[in-house]
Design a protein around this ligand. Sequence first.
Ligand SMILES: [Zn+2]
Length: 259
Amino acid sequence: MHSTIVKTDALVLKSLKYGDTSKIVTFYTKEFGKLTAMAKGVRKTSAKYGTALEPLSVVSLVLYHKNSREIQLVSECSTMRRFTALTEQFDVLTAALTLVELVYKTSHEEKNETLFHLLLGILEKLNSHPNSSPTLLLWFHFQLAEQLGFGFQLETCPLCRRPIQESSYRSHNPFVELARGGILCATCSSVDRPLQQLNRETLSLLRALLESDVHSATAISISASEHKELKILLHNYFRFHIEGWKPLKSERIFSAMAQ
Ligand SMILES: [Zn+2]
């Protein structure tokens, strides 16, 4: 079968040198989801694509595309958007690289326009609101889980289907149910279980995060201990739902720097 020429907007997730002059680049594309393509000879003339093949570039991509092929071929690639402010602060850049790595590791080779727009939207927001990067990163994890088919919900108890009400947890902290992505109601949480617990106070914060869009998420303030608690929850949640899940490289670097 012959290859067809296709055009799509894309975000560069990862870029590797290949041979003496080429690069192998993984994109998250609007039309095909995650896609890997070879850019031949691009390192011979350094100015050919400029920074278009570097991670975090939003590009207009033309490809020779063949369904039967794992690695496609880049025909043309031009930069549409660079998030220049992202590179100015180390922790913001780390947040951006973490979410790009997260998408690289978890997304599939199938079209998901919602995820494509989520990704561009959060990078745009990180670029304009660098101080909100810890909150935005938490927010994005929940959004991504939803797109990958294991969204977290706080509507009803996964065991008994009663509605979840923050005010009903008087003497017990709520338990987290990883398999079905929710928290147990006050009644089900009153029985001892071998499950992670969440502080009652963190529950309304979690609800605010889940109900926010990328704009309102920046207004949510999260304390260091709440942030830690939600990070542990997300780590366990992703580990439960994604085979071979490990802490991300960019996150490990960030934690090491923060100590
Ligand atoms: Zn229940």
